[in-house]
Write a protein that binds this ligand. Sequence first.
Ligand SMILES: [Zn+2]
Ligand SMILES: [Zn+2]
Length: 181
Amino acid sequence: METEKKIIGRCPLCGGNVVKTCKGYRCEHNLGDHPSCALNINGIIGNRKMKDAEITELLEKRHILLDGFATKEGRMFPTVLELADDGSINMQPVIGKCPHCGGDILVGSRAFNCSNYASQTAPCSFAIWRNIGGHQLTLDEAKTLCENGITGNELEMYRDDGSIYRKRLGVSPDKLQIIKV
Ligand SMILES: [Zn+2]
Ligand SMILES: [Zn+2]
């Protein structure tokens, strides 16, 4: 009889099934004495318990933006988890380059901020709010804004009275803020 296992997704390294274990998530080809795959993802990353659906997205897209990580001191922070080619999981808070000054754009809890925000010589105030008009920006949308200066699709946003409108988001001509276009 086949042993029952909970399949979470497909391994991006070898194409095998990734199954839920007592400690986290493991590729079915990373079992036994001579495993042919190295994928083994801890169920707790950065003092944060991972959800099955988050691991599924990480396996599919190789990166996922998440809130709720915590330092040893208990300070909460968001970051992007990246699944590297060797199967390791890295925190990668840099999502792109600042359209205004070329600095790094970092994930923050309320906005994607420029790393030169507090620079002594050339401070930069460029930021992309993570919530614009009730729309929660995805990682891909924020990356596209940094790279192309405009989102690919119109995004659904909401007025105070609840009515829906759809706009693309773009970088303003002075490259200091995000505008609806
Ligand atoms: Zn594998
Ligand atoms: Zn900047």
